[in-house]
Design a protein around this ligand. Structure first.
Ligand SMILES: [Mn+2]
Length: 274
């Protein structure tokens, strides 16, 4: 299979540290695509409790660190979300990536803006703690599904609120884009991949990596595309055949991140919790 070369690849809402995080799948997407710019569009972490990170989660971070090596000539950008708020200093040291609240760039004469999107969700901003609790409950409920999917049905009902939030973020983002003279605006936060066009402005949401639908965005000469992660596409590839190798890679990713960053020496874990 060919490797795609994109100008930009965007993914968000991986929620590392949550048990429902599909870090392994997200790492595969990064390994199997070529891109000149990677935007991690917020909520890459579920919270700042690093003790909850699994090997696959560390491996994702280790791979981000590799990508951000200047020799690779890939611009790696972290746009802060509400869950990974406060990571600026830690992340720039840990994975060598710059952290932004708002990131903008020009591509093919068009102004592009990337912002996580919680800024347009009044509920999140005003009741940060409550909504964090709500999100973790949502993630926990998802895990406990039974035959007949009663939990999924409950979540569908709860999702009515989620969908209202999704619409709110879309309309807030479109207004923000108009105010900033942007042609395209990219958000995460809602976990729902979507494209909306209004008055010539395009809003894209990159979706997330904790629900049943795993999505990312790419930008190239053909425009912006929403991609669904496809398990079949990755089955049987080299990086999947040898799970022993996977493990040792995970270990070295951990060692790479922990040693090179000096994380273990410099950071007191106690200070990371709020
Ligand atoms: Mn968020």
């Amino acid at each position: 299979m060919d490797l795609n070369v994109y100008n930009t690849l965007i993914l968000s809402d991986l929620h590392l540290g949550a048990e429902t995080s599909h870090a392994r799948e997200a790492t595969r997407v990064l390994k199997q695509n070529h891109f000149q710019r990677l935007i991690l569009l917020g909520d890459i972490f579920a919270d700042l409790n690093f003790a909850r990170l699994t090997k696959d989660h560390w491996k994702f971070l280790g791979y981000i660190r590799k990508l951000s090596n200047p020799k690779r000539n890939i611009e790696v950008v972290w746009v802060e979300g509400n869950h990974d708020h406060g990571l600026t200093n830690i992340m720039s040291h840990l994975v060598g990536v710059r952290v932004y609240q708002h990131y903008d760039w020009e591509y093919r004469g068009l102004r592009h803006v990337a912002i996580h999107g919680h800024q347009f969700d009044g509920f999140q901003v005003n009741r940060l703690r409550l909504s964090r609790w709500g999100t973790s409950l949502y993630l926990r409920l998802q895990k406990m599904d039974l035959k007949g999917k009663p939990v999924a049905r409950l979540i569908d009902r709860l999702n009515t609120r989620w969908l209202r939030m999704s619409a709110k973020v879309a309309s807030g983002a479109l207004t923000y884009a108009a105010q900033h003279g942007a042609n395209c605006i990219f958000c995460g936060h809602t976990h729902e991949a979507v494209h909306v066009e209004q008055n010539g402005i395009h809003y894209y949401n990159s979706g997330g990596w904790v629900d049943s639908r795993l999505t990312y965005l790419t930008i190239d000469e053909q425009g912006v595309q929403i991609h669904d992660y496809n398990e079949q596409e990755f089955r049987g590839r080299a990086d999947d055949r040898d799970s022993g190798e996977e493990r040792s890679e995970a270990d070295s990713a951990f060692a790479d991140v922990a040693d090179e960053s000096g994380l273990l020496e410099d950071v007191e874990y106690e200070n990371l919790s709020r």
